[in-house]
Write a protein that binds this ligand. Sequence first.
Ligand code: PLP
Length: 489
Amino acid sequence: MENSTLKPMNSEQLREYGHQMVDFIADYYKTIESFPVRSQVKPGYLKELLPDSAPKRPESLQDVLNDVRQKIIPGVTHWQSPDYFAYYPSNSSTAGFLGEMLSAGFNIVGFSWVTSPAATELEVIVLDWLAKMLKLPNEFLSSGQGGGVIQGTASEAILVVLLAARDKVLRKLGRSSLEKLVVYASDQTHAALQKACQIAGIYPENFRVLKADSNTNYALVPDKLQEAIMNDLSSGLIPFFLCATVGTTSSAAVDPLSELGKVAKANDMWFHVDAAYAGSACICPEYRHHIDGIEEATSFGMNAHKWFLTNFDCSVLWVKDQSALIQSLSTNPEYLKNKASQENNVVDFKDWQIPLGRRFRSLKLWMVLRLYGLENLQSYIRNHIKLAEQFAELVCSDHRFEVVAPRTFSLVCFRLIPREGDQDNGYKLNYNLLDAVNSSGKIFISHTVLSGKFVLRFAVGAPLTEESHVKAAWKVLQDQATILLTDQN
Ligand code: PLP
């Protein structure tokens, strides 16, 4: 086919090129282990390789794919590699990929029901399905005042509920109360909350970051929350928002939802639960107890795009009171008015999110739920948790290492034990180990700091990871540790 004749859309050309692209992607997955997991390029590498301006005449797909092979892939960090153990996973899957393809195929912009009724209605149904899999209280289902909505990220989910909570209070007390509104969370809460506070205009001095330490395995202590609230009340401030986490970013700590929720309720606060990573595990009966107390929450979020085989992006948020979101985020310009919306019997998801435009993301989740089914999804989670358990055992079996925080899900926090009297408590030693293993390209892990200790994070959760990868990763870590410790002596 002549490249110059590539039309904006032509079904036969799409078929031909689409098949080539699927082949290309399938080959990528087949060979994914041959690439360095973390890209090894230097900043600015691509500018050296690509022309200064876009081509005037069309080029061939083959030329573009050659460039992808030679110039783009070296700058890709392979999140889907089975040797990827950094941050938290960001899953792709065949079902998620097919859903993503279909979504790109329709390419609708489903901001209001009328712009594609199926997009809105499927989202409502699929989020009810997932809520039932998680055994969320009925108030989060669409049959009552609540319901679920797909956001791009957990950060957006936190922002929209913070805005809803803020406006709910300000409607009651008047806008001048903004300066008195106080937000509470632990120091293990994701920085997305800080960003949301900045955007929502919360006064920086009214953001209470409560310390959580190893005594509670980095979970927020309800008494500390209570004490902070009492202090603020006595200073004439208005506690209005609490964010708890199930599966914190640093160490996968779980905040005690029941007790925290009771404190929030007693003080008439919005209680958001962020389970971006660990929420997925709660579809297994044996891990569901980690969200016990969720009935106290006002809103609950998890990222299906992290550990639930749904290609990025797909962050799921449920609220008990959809009107709070809508009152904060809805607009009604003339050019978007339509009969269905005006008759008030449809959901318009534009009023539950920041942007207007939105993709048909529920297709991905629907495909994942239907093509894998609950049982396979549960096995998928269980297998990763088992692999993480095995990794933790390997760490414990080597006297040079220690596990630094309890392993609850599929994350292991560990480090090389520093020598007695080590000046920086093992910071440099572990930093160097991290750098060495990631520079080897064989595996990719990340780090955090817990109680002043530089800690390595090993998060199992990539779809292709098997026991052999975990064992090989441990060998890479051991070998690099041996080199570092020999150099040190
Ligand atoms: N909350 C938690 C607990 C997380 O671990 C993360 C990311 O890892 C986030 C929020 C932010 O996620 P997102 O990138 O979807 O905003």
